[in-house]
Design a protein around this ligand. Sequence first.
Ligand code: CAA
Length: 282
Amino acid sequence: MEIKTFGVIGAGQMGGGIAQVAAMSGLDIIMHDIKDEFVQKGFNTIAGLLAKNVEKGKMSVKERDTVLGRIRPVTDLSAMSEADYVVEAASEVEPIKFEIFQKLDKICRPEVILATNTSSIPIGRIAAKTKRPEQVIGMHFMNPVPVMKLVEIIPGLATSDATYQTTGDLAVKFGKTPVKANDYPGFIANRILMPMINEAVYALYHGVGTVEDIDAVMRLGMNHPMGPLTLADLIGLDTCLAIMETLYAGFSDSKYRPCPLLRRYVEAGWLGRKVGRGFYPY
Ligand code: CAA
């Protein structure tokens, strides 16, 4: 089946980014979020990023208008009945994802693949909420989506080869490089990245260094493009905590326990760049 209409659930930083790269690849996008203001905010962010591309001479005004014209913001999930492929990028909270997949399973045509951009929730657990587990797969984009080359592709135990192939082909169409990861908590990316970020928070908690110095060590000493605390602010501290909780529960191993300071920041609502306050003020 040819994929022409691409559904994206969630218009936040990940969903918006996915909608943008998919629209730039020529697909028609249905972008869903639960409130009008959320989809509008997501749409405006995409418009702003495309305007920057125009300023830099990477895109003509006509191209920008064509790409934006391909994105249809919606708040009614039943609009996904028109989609040929759907990727979910809602909050990293199991009950929210489970409910979305149960609803999509009823709304979408039977042949449609339902992908999730989850950063660590087992694909098999999400797939089991549907009657089409062979068509459920992980399609994990990195932040910022328009810039980062990687898409982790995670087949669950029941995922078919055809679903895996179609999803990898889509990632290539979006200009990305697909890499396969098996369905264990955190897959590959967050299995390695999150314990590093969590350890950076522990270093801060134990007073080994200041926020700036911890980041400087990793930037200047290891050539990371951003320090781990800056990166945590970019990803969102709530997402970082949720991923650590998933690793901790999924492996039943204390080495993945989230740092109490990370939890304290999240409880205070200091979630990072998206709210204007995390390890740094914005
Ligand atoms: N959206 C779109 N484009 C962006 C952007 C954003 N949020 N932020 C930066 N860019 C673009 C800039 O416009 C610029 O584009 P041009 O080359 O066309 O001018 C380019 O990226 C480079 O940006 P800057 O020069 O401003 O800054 P930089 O060189 O420091 O690069 C960065 C910024 C690409 C974000 C870089 O710091 C980086 O690679 N950081 C690490 C990001 C990372 O590790 N991401 C993975 C997070 S983990 C994850 O996402 C998975 C998960 O499940 C948690």
